[in-house]
Design a protein around this ligand. Structure first.
Ligand code: NAD
Ligand code: TDX
Length: 339
């Protein structure tokens, strides 16, 4: 299939975070004709080191907030597309303090949509499978583009709100948008607050891993490079106004993932602590990505979870400087929450 849209100059919001920075590397490595401008506020989750090694002529970094309408007026007209990753992204933080989630995820998306309306650029919205709520462990169903929205947490409700804003602005003002809802990502540059990096860096630091509740909650894991290729496919070939679910058939429960991490790191598979469960903890997520695969021909490449996990463990073992800076504060916050 030929590309319907060839972006030459894109803004990637949140490009100094985990998935955004992996997407920037993906674009720089695979699409030499596209220049990237990263717009990022460098919150606790943003890190300029994530963009190290990218040549200056391929990347412009702008330190700023997506809620800043004046800044968007300066930046957006010089570009042909926005790929919007910036968000407050962690469920546990949203339970402790929801307000920043409203500001960045809802107001920030609103500001971007207003800029898109003014300047007519193409917009791709990054969202999550969590907008659909959760499934029972014994339910054969998976989420599709037609599943009703039913978010559980402050985080997922603000992501759902932002998706609805995109749909309303698209229908009312005729914006050229697409939305993708992806499952749980893993890979390099993920903040140590998230499940997989927290456990790997705990083991590397001599701390016992922490499992919430009974640990039977299922997440549908996808390597972040497969998320990037899917987003590029949707941006360049997707039908405007459509939503595409992104997933790689990677359902696993947390207990199994944790035991795998422990054994791959040479530890006893029971060497972890059970801690307090997350309030409102979603039981299971599962994505049916048939539409993306059949309509746009996308396929995930990194579907061997054990090998992806080994490489991720290796990355954290080799990048202690990168994660050590945030580890102590993250663990202190968890400790104060009993987790
Ligand atoms: P992250 O927390 O690692 O990174 C977020 C980035 O956004 C950071 O660089 C931060 O500095 C920046 N940011 C936050 N508020 C900002 C603001 N107001 N203005 C400008 N920049 C701001 O997040 P992530 O895990 O990489 O998630 C990226 C996106 O992908 C989010 O939209 C998230 O909802 C979505 N998503 C994540 C997953 C996952 O598994 N992590 C799965 C599906 C979808
Ligand atoms: O220490 C932990 N122990 C534990 O058992 C942590 C941090 C988490 N967990 C559990 C909670 C979840 O069931 O592991 C699972 C994964 O937790 P997170 O990494 O916090 O991810 P999740 O809440 O599933 O949300 C992630 O995927 C969807 C991202 O953080 C979201 O941004 C994305 O939308």
């Amino acid at each position: 299939m030929t590309e319907a849209f060839s972006p030459k100059n894109i803004i990637v919001t949140g490009g100094a975070g985990f998935i955004g920075s992996n997407f920037v590397h993906y674009v720089v490595d695979n699409h030499p004709d596209t220049h990237v401008t990263v717009l990022d506020a460098l919150t606790y989750a943003g890190n300029l080191d994530n963009l190290q090694g990218i040549p200056d002529d391929r990347l412009t970094f702008v330190h700023g907030n997506i809620c800043d309408a004046e800044l968007l007026d300066e930046l957006v007209p010089q570009h042909d597309a926005i790929v919007h990753y910036a968000a407050e992204s962690h469920n546990d933080n949203s339970i402790a303090d929801p307000e920043p989630f409203l500001r960045t995820n809802v107001e920030g998306t609103f500001r971007l949509l207003e800029a898109v309306r003014k300047y007519g650029v193409r917009y791709h919205h990054i969202s999550t499978d969590e907008v659909y709520g959760d499934l029972a462990l014994d339910d054969p169903a998976r989420f599709t583009e037609d599943t009703p929205y039913h978010p559980s947490s402050p985080y997922s409700s603000t992501k759902a709100s932002s998706d609805l804003l995109v749909r309303a602005w698209t229908r009312t003002y005729g914006l050229k948008t697409t939305i993708s809802n992806c499952s749980n990502n893993y890979g390099p540059y993920q903040h140590v607050e998230k499940f997989i990096p927290r456990q790997i860096t705990n083991i590397l630091s001599g701390i016992r891993p922490k499992l919430y509740g009974d640990g039977l909650n299922v997440r549908d894991w996808i390597h972040t490079d497969d998320h990037s290729s899917a987003v590029w496919t949707i941006l360049t070939k997707g039908r405007v106004g459509e939503t595409y679910l992104i997933g790689a058939d990677g359902e696993k429960n947390n207990l199994d993932v944790l035991k795998l991490i422990l054994t791959r790191m040479g530890k006893d598979e029971d060497a972890f602590d059970h801690v307090k469960d997350r309030p409102g903890h979603d039981r299971r997520y599962a994505i049916d990505s048939t539409k993306l695969r059949t309509e746009l021909g996308w396929r995930p490449e990194h579907t061997n979870f054990e090998s992806g996990l080994d490489k991720t463990i290796e990355w954290y073992a080799q990048h202690q400087d990168w994660w050590e800076r945030t580890k102590a504060a993250t663990e202190a916050r968890y400790k104060s929450q009993g987790q």
